[in-house]
Design a protein around this ligand. Structure first.
Ligand code: PHE
Length: 455
């Protein structure tokens, strides 16, 4: 019987607490802000289908791998990988996965906090009745005025980053569990209310067929890559966030079942957001491919035109900010735990350093919507470059390395023990999928991007 390590940062009180925290990490702006606009920009149905395939064939198996590696090592991702390599006599180079993960989490946090700041600002706009009885044009103008004001964006970015730092400094476990237990279901109910509104726009079927009728002529190779990147981003995999949460997981909890529940919940929230948003887009003659403003230009129309809309609108943006907050926490947790373990910093100092640097970098994202909007590389703004680099390049790269590590490098005995899927077949299926199917699927996407297959 192998001896199991314990994490110096504590442990979740139960498997359920882990599921809640990981769902809190997964469900966030990625589902409600990013998924709909990515689907809108990439032609709808075909993008959604590729996305769902990526979640099933790539996302869930990699999530399981991350959790099991985390639980086996019980430290920050970098030190976990180092420890496992030492134990099983492999090259220390594998810890680079942890390093790249810390960097990616940091880069994502820098812009994530800016966008989360927008949702905070919208709490007050919705609550004060700003959107009452407005149409698409007026709502669109409110958004474009807002993002062209760098000072205002900076203020909200600062507030959001501050809130994230406070929670991480106190240790992620206190508070997170309760927040997710009540707020996630509430967000879900509000999404259902929005879907109810969408059903009455008269354009519900148009919205559904846009989302679910795949038209492959509308998706480009880059769209396929974006769908895969979105699966990584939305499930929080490829950078160690799920790995660090796995390191706090009790030894007797089922990794398979937990991962499937988290992925299903995450996917459901994204789909519901799409189902709520697109009927509003078509009913108001808006452009589905309007990028980062989509949510902010559509949902306020619904809130402005439904009974009790100021209240529901305010509540919705509060809950969205909470969802973003529980994701942001997991973005810096790997770096913070590493600073504590390896440099002996105390938790508060580690958080202040990480948060302050991410805050500073976030200013670049703020400016890319106003002062620097003319500075582009390949038509991409500073924000676009960061987003593309993290979601479409670094997360999938981290994912493939985690895959290789879990099924080709780590001993079969240790992965089998961690997964302890009760029947032999379950383990064999996971291993087979991760050894052959996942890499082939990812390779397929890369070939498509390189223009080698299809058009
Ligand atoms: N999954 C989060 C979201 O959808 C973002 C995130 C990405 C969080 C990577 C942690 C790690 O909003």
């Amino acid at each position: 019987m192998a001896t199991h390590r314990e994490s110096m940062h504590g442990q979740w009180s139960s498997r359920w607490a882990f599921i809640l925290a990981a769902t809190g990490s997964a469900v966030g702006l990625g589902n409600i802000w990013k998924f709909p606009y990515m689907a809108g920009e990439n032609g709808g149905g075909a993008f959604v289908l590729v996305y769902l395939l990526c979640v099933a064939l790539i996302g869930i198996p990699i999530m399981m791998a991350e959790v099991l590696i985390g639980r086996h090592g019980r430290r920050s991702p970098t030190n976990t990988l180092m420890e496992i390599c030492k134990e099983q006599h492999h090259s220390q180079w594998w810890q680079l996965i942890g390093w790249s993960g810390m960097l990616v989490g940091f880069l994502i946090l820098s812009y994530y906090s800016v966008i989360a700041g927008w949702t905070l600002a919208y709490v007050f706009r919705a609550g004060s009745g700003t959107f009452t009885a407005l149409g698409g044009d007026a709502v669109g103008k409110i958004f474009s005025d807002f993002i062209s004001d760098p000072e205002r964006l900076l203020a909200w970015h600062t507030i959001f980053m501050g809130l994230t730092m406070v929670v991480v400094a106190r240790g992620v476990k206190s508070g997170l569990e309760t927040a997710v237990t009540y707020l996630m279901p509430a967000l879900f109910v509000l999404l259902l209310i929005l879907v109810g509104y969408a059903m009455n726009t008269g354009y519900f079927t148009e919205g559904l067929s846009f989302l679910f009728k795949p038209d492959f002529s509308k998706i480009s190779a880059n769209g396929v890559l974006a769908a895969m990147g979105q699966a990584f981003f939305s499930l929080s995999i490829g950078m160690g966030a799920i790995m660090i949460y796995g390191s706090y997981l009790p030894q007797d909890a089922s990794i398979t079942r937990s991962s499937i529940i988290i992925a299903l919940a995450d996917t459901l929230v994204a789909i519901l957001a799409g189902v709520a948003i697109f009927p509003i887009v078509f009913a108001n003659g808006l452009d589905p491919a309007q990028s980062v403003g989509l949510v902010f230009n559509t949902l306020p129309i619904a809130f402005g035109n439904m009974p009790g809309g100021a209240f529901f609108g305010m509540l919705f943006f509060i809950l969205l900010a909470f969802a973003a907050w529980t994701s942001a926490i997991s973005l810096i947790e790997p770096m913070v735990t590493w600073l504590v373990e390896s440099l002996g910093m105390n938790r508060v100092t580690a958080v202040v350093w990480t948060g302050a640097c991410a805050w500073l970098l976030g200013i670049g994202t703020i400016f890319s919507f106003n002062l620097w909007s003319d500075y582009t590389i390949n038509k991409m703004s500073f924000f676009d470059v960061l987003d593309y680099l993290t979601s479409n390049v670094l997360l999938p790269l981290g994912g493939i390395l985690i895959t290789i590590f879990a099924v080709w490098i780590m001993s079969e005995k240790s992965t089998r023990e961690e997964l302890s899927i009760s029947h032999e077949q379950g383990y064999s299926i996971w291993r087979f999928v991760l050894r052959y199917i996942t890499p082939v699927a990812m390779f397929f996407v890369l070939l498509k991007v390189a223009g080698i297959i299809g058009s």
